[in-house]
Design a protein around this ligand. Structure first.
Ligand SMILES: *Cc1c(COP(=O)(O)O)cnc(C)c1O
Length: 412
């Protein structure tokens, strides 16, 4: 291992063995899964937890007076506590279940929109995912909010001075990603929050990548809202969570109406339940929440710093092997960036590159990665991304570089 001294306590092969899908073949080659930033694979622990819930103690939650419902409620609420602990939230009442990161951001934007006056400002960054752009565009279209864009520097880091200059008395919300899903940049989210609060604005941090590769400590960050999505954290699809400061959730109007989110319903009035249930109309994603709780418990057994060092060693090894290849343009080289490698190849379309690599069993993503404003800023129509997870190995990295060079040779 290139950087073995850093990760002596961490064994990626032992991790890998817990993921059944990673032992399959693709196109006659061993699977090299490097599309983790789009969705991560699931360990045996999560698969087993879902099956055990369905086989052993499944029923609807909260309203039952029978044993199965009580057991399911207990497991469901325990998962909420696991998420709270994972994010270092003060209490589990600050954790709202959603169907993913996208829904969590829409929930906040929808509620904020009801008090937006024309000319109120929302600050986003140039490196946001569409999930953290489009809900704010809704506020522009519907209520006359003004979107302000914090620029990035050429290395892919956020221009903090320019960001600070955008803040003003009309700023209502700063919506920024913890880690870019394209550049890998890890933003100084505590500083972003501090500056926003000094201007009287709220802060939403999109932690869909940051929760996986950085440190999602909501108290240290100081944000009002923090968003995660389960399927990138080795949990099931259809589940995510919104953390909110107690007062921020208390002040937020409900998102959807239905059962579970009300205290009382009469013919001429309704009163809402307290957070988090106020934001969880209808039957929640019970199994998915339990699965996410299991995934986070599973992930928490590994030392975060050792995992990050391992992932970074893989990234660095790929970078070292690709050094001097002038046909390759790497997008995002900010200091301390997370372990993903996005690149453009002169004269080759990213989709073709990804398809050729697939022939060698290497799964990477190509396109604009749900970040069109960023692609425009970078001056690329599309790019290819390899994103590393804790179960990837040096062999994966070598297979990726080998396949990439073969793909490139196709176009010369
Ligand atoms: C994946 C992702 C999202 C959206 O998450 P969903 O699971 O699709 O709802 C938002 N922001 C970032 C940075 C992401 O990587």
């Amino acid at each position: 291992m290139a950087d073995g001294s850093l990760v002596t306590s961490f064994d990626p092969y032992a991790v890998r063995a817990q993921f059944p899908i990673l032992s399959r073949q693709v196109n006659g080659k061993p699977l090299v899964y490097l599309d983790n930033a789009a969705s991560a694979q699931k360990p045996r622990a999560v698969i087993d937890a879902l099956v055990a819930s369905m086989e052993g103690s499944y029923a609807n939650v909260h309203r039952g007076l029978h044993t199965l419902s009580n057991e399911a409620t207990e497991a469901f609420e325990k998962a909420r506590e696991i998420v709270a602990r994972f994010l270092n939230a003060e209490t589990s009442e600050q954790v709202v279940w959603t169907k993913g990161g996208t829904e969590a951001i829409n929930l906040v934007a929808n509620g904020l929109g009801l008090s937006i006056q024309p000319g109120d400002e929302i600050v986003v960054t140039e490196m946001e995912h569409h999930s953290n752009i489009v809900p704010w565009h809704f506020l522009r279209e519907r209520y006359g909010a003004v979107l302000k864009w914090a620029p990035i520097k050429d290395d892919g880091s956020l221009d903090m001075a320019a960001y600070a200059d955008l803040l003003g008395p009309r700023t209502r919300m700063v919506a920024a990603t913890h880690m870019s899903n394209v550049l890998g940049t890890i933003n100084p989210v505590a500083e972003i929050s501090r500056l926003a609060h000094a201007a009287g604005a709220q802060v939403l941090i999109d932690g869909c990548q940051g929760a996986v590769h950085a440190t999602p400590d909501v108290q240290a960050i100081g944000c009002d809202f923090y968003v995660i999505t389960g399927h990138k954290l080795f949990g099931p699809t259809g589940i995510g969570a919104l953390y909110g400061k107690a007062e921020a959730l208390e002040a937020l109007p409900p998102y959807q109406g239905g059962g579970e989110m009300i205290e009382r319903v009469e013919q001429d009035r309704i009163t809402y339940a307290k957070p988090p249930h106020r934001f969880e109309a209808g039957t929640p994603p019970i199994l998915e929440a339990i699965g996410l709780g299991t995934a986070l418990d599973w992930l928490s057994q590994y030392d975060r710093a050792a995992v990050q060092a391992h992932e970074h060693a893989l990234y660095q090894h790929a970078l070292d092997r690709l050094q001097g290849q002038d046909w390759l343009r790497i997008l995002g080289q900010a200091e301390g960036k997370g372990a993903l490698l996005t690149f453009a190849i002169e004269g080759a379309h990213a989709h073709d590159v990804a398809q050729i690599m697939d022939r060698y069993g290497v799964a990477v993503r190509a396109g604009t990665h749900c970040a069109e404003p960023l692609a425009k800023r970078l001056g690329v129509t599309s790019s290819t991304r390899a994103s590393f997870a804790l179960y990837n190995t040096m062999e994966d990295t070598d297979a990726f570089v080998d396949a990439l060079i073969k793909a490139r040779n196709f176009f010369v």
